[in-house]
Design a protein around this ligand. Sequence first.
Ligand code: AMP
Length: 292
Amino acid sequence: MELVRKNTAARALVDAAQRAGERLALVPTMGYLHEGHRDLITRARAECDRVVVSIFVNPTQFGPNEDFARYPRDLERDLALCRDAGADAVYAPEVEELYPFGPGTLVVPPAALSSTLCGAFRPGHFDGVATVVAKLFALWQPQRAYFGLKDFQQTAVIARMVADLCFPVELVRVPTVREPDGLAMSSRNTYLSESDRATARALPRALAAGYRAAHAPGASTESVCALVRQELERAGITPQYVALVDPLTLAPSSEPARGVLAIAATVGATRLIDNLLLAEPSPFESLLESAP
Ligand code: AMP
């Protein structure tokens, strides 16, 4: 497995892959990898000839009071996980390599997708996400790119960018990998104290309750959101938002059982997000029943 630090080296690898007629997969990450990231890499490995994992804590997607400086980083451990999962290359550039002229040209997704949900609380976040993903696509020219449904709004924003800007890349959305008690895996879970971690179990529990409510007769978007909010508040969590939205437009869903139930909440000092595609089978029934 190759560690790529420079864009010139990236271009040489892309040229070689294209000359060989290989199908290249890109798995964009911010590092501090866990089993959720591993699933993306494993899937890419099974479906493509060359697998490139990017590890880059992207400054343009962090607000001024967010955790850019203290975001967890451990390149050696990440390299071991990537190697083990079968990646061919890890692209881990310095900030100056990807942003030689500072933030520079920005990709600005439509406000309907980027200013709602997390975007309402993280102004500019999805401009930063779209910009860095556009750079990665332009540099690596992947045939496929792998994203986790854990960041549902991100997948919606990137899908729209790919359509709007005619990127010749196929997006693959990978289901959320969860801890045994249902908590979605996240690099930020390492910020949680032991008691915060216990409180955080309320997020998947609330989503599971919302799932059941959405599939009950007479369910409405409002009643499902109210129930989820109540479940979180019962655990002492005041959510930033609880929303049930259309998976494509992110506008409030008119059909609760076909929408995406999305939540964001701060537990201790850690902002957590999670969501559930209500048209899919619930991932929780077996998980939560077997949880201690
Ligand atoms: P991040 O490093 O947090 O930016 O995440 C990199 C990619 O991994 C994104 O596409 C995420 O959606 C995905 N990802 C993060 N956590 C999970 C998870 N628990 N399950 C599946 N994919 C995930």
